[in-house]
Structures are given as C-alpha cells and as structure tokens.
Write a protein that binds this ligand. Sequence first.
Ligand SMILES: Cc1ncc(COP(=O)(O)O)c(C=O)c1O
Length: 360
Amino acid sequence: MPAPSTGSAAAPKAPDLGHHGDAEATPGLVDLAVNVRRAPMPDWLADPVTAALGDLAAYPDPAPARAAVAHRHGRPPEEVLLTAGAAEGFVLIARALSGVRHPVVVHPQFTEPEAALRAAGHRVDRVLLDPADGFRLDPARVPEDADLVMIGNPTNPTSVLHPAGAIATLARPGRVLVVDEAFADTTAAPGVDGEPESLAARRDLPGLVVVRSLTKTWGLAGLRIGYLLGDAALLTRFAAAQPLWAVSTPALAAATACAAPAAVAAERAIAAQLAADRDYLVARLSGLPGVRVAGRPASAFVLIHLARAADVRERLRAHGWAVRRGDTFPGLGPDWLRIAVRDRDTTDAFIETLARILEA
Ligand SMILES: Cc1ncc(COP(=O)(O)O)c(C=O)c1O
C-alpha cells in the first residue's frame, strides 16, 4: 500500500487509519467514544424494518428507497446511489476513480476516505487544517491540480461546520469533490429551517458527490445504510463498482422511512436538542483548567485539547468512561480527545470525573 505523499503538508508519522471509536467503547464503560445516537427506535422506523424481515426470501429492490431519498433531496432518482453505509460509498468512489492522479484528503477528518483510497492503490496527498485557526477550511490550501478532493462537513473529529460557500469554491470541471455529510443531520442553526451548510440539494456544482449516512442519528450502525448524491454519470461509475444487492431489504426499508417528511422533521428536532446539549457540554468543558475546546463545535461530538490527554484518557477508562483518542487522526496528536455529546446528566457526571482526574 503506498504511503501518503508529502504533498502540501509535512510527512506525518503514520497514524492508524483503521482505528475507530467502537474499539474504545468496551463493555462496562459509559460510551462517549462512538457518535451513534442511542435511543429507542421510533415506531415509524422500527415497523417497516421489522416488516421487511418477512420479505427476506426476495432479492432487494432499491427503487422505492431510491425514489424516496431522491425526493427528500430534490433530485431525480438517477442522482442517488444507496450504499451499505457511508463507508461503502468511500470504497466505491476510490475503486471507480482509479484514474485520478492527485487525490487530496482534507484532514483532520474521518479516516476511512483516505484508507479506501490507499486500499485502492491511490497515492494520497493531505491538506492539514490548522488548529490555531479553529480547523477552518482555507480553500486556497487545496492544490489546484487535485482531481479528487475529499472533505467532511461537519467534520469528524473537529465538529467544525465549514460554510457551504467555501466548500463550493472547491468544485470545478475535471475534479470530483466528495463531501462527507454523514453528520449533516446533526447540525442546526437558529433561524435556519433545514441543515445549515449542506450541499445535498446542489445540482449545479461540477463533480460534486455528497456522502450521507443514516447510521448516526437513527442508531443504525449495525444495519448499514447510507447513500451518495451527485451527477448521474458519476454515480453510474460508482454503481458499477458495487456488488449486486449490496443493501439489504431491511436497510432499504429504513432509507425509505428516514426520507419521509415526518422523519426529517424529527431529525431537525433532535438536532435542536443536540445543539442545546452540546452548548452545555462545551460550557462545562471550558470551565476546566487546561482544557481547550477546538473550533466552534457544530455536531454530535466535541474535540478538546489538553496536555497529556493520552494519560487522562486511560484514567477516564479506569473510572468507567470511554472517550475517543485523537492521535489516530492525521493532523492531531496525543493531546487531543473527542467526546460525544450526551444528555446533561451524563455530561455532569463525566465532567465531575474529568475534573477530579485533572485536579489529581
Ligand atoms: C464522518 C464519518 N463519515 C462516515 C462514517 C461512516 O458511516 P456509516 O456508518 O454510514 O458507514 C463515519 C462513521 O463513524 C463518520 O464518522
């Protein structure tokens, strides 16, 4: 597997791109390491998923789910490709675009896009956003000759939500621009009805591919369901790389249910509550000595900087709490931790433990 090129950034010491929060959320610990929302499935979702179990003898038919998702995002069905989670989308893109010459991944971000590119044999260039600048996107940092650019919005693990306009300036003919919006449904802004800064409905940007996931807000990580949105000709290429019947009938039922207007309205309400819970977590973290919250968090998790975070993480584990290490993300290091936003009681209990550890 080729090592990442040094490109426009200093050569990183290879972080483990295959590490994910679920490896840290071991049984018995309170899980602040994984960003999947844990709540009972609403009936409008559980009922069709369960009913689909009665249909398992038939091969899956993606057409109804594809139409429902297309309608949700104001696109024709040809501009939707259903996938076994966002993770499959990255693999299809990496395999189908075997001819790209200069793929660039904007970091820190979820590691699977780069892992998929490398597994498909690409030499990957990294653009590392600057913590001193709140990990904000500076589009000028992306090399002009990049013919594939991958960026997350909002970004895992920084929780930064880039302005849609800044990301849109990265689109151009001859370039595929992949925007991972796996957490777009977690974002909310006062006075904005829908998802602020989402490009999911933009059909005018050349080469734009938006990656979406239904596994986070709806707690469906084990079901595997997500989709790609973009130009029909591009999606046809990605579909050609996809195994037949990759998305199961229950997962398709979930995609249809989650695209309904009532589901989208429920998502908005969850995002608004999440924003309040996140503000609370940020306020409590900011009151701790030596803890610095990165950027302006906008998603279901918060990134913090503190000296000797790796030790603190171990101590938290000893006290029953799992948080996500930061050092496996390119552009971060051992002094970073990612913490999932939970309800206030959980946050209070966590902060109390963290405060005691820091005092000690
Ligand atoms: C930013 C981001 N994108 C995509 C994914 C993958 O999501 P899925 O479960 O839909 O494959 C994750 C999972 O953690 C993620 O954090």
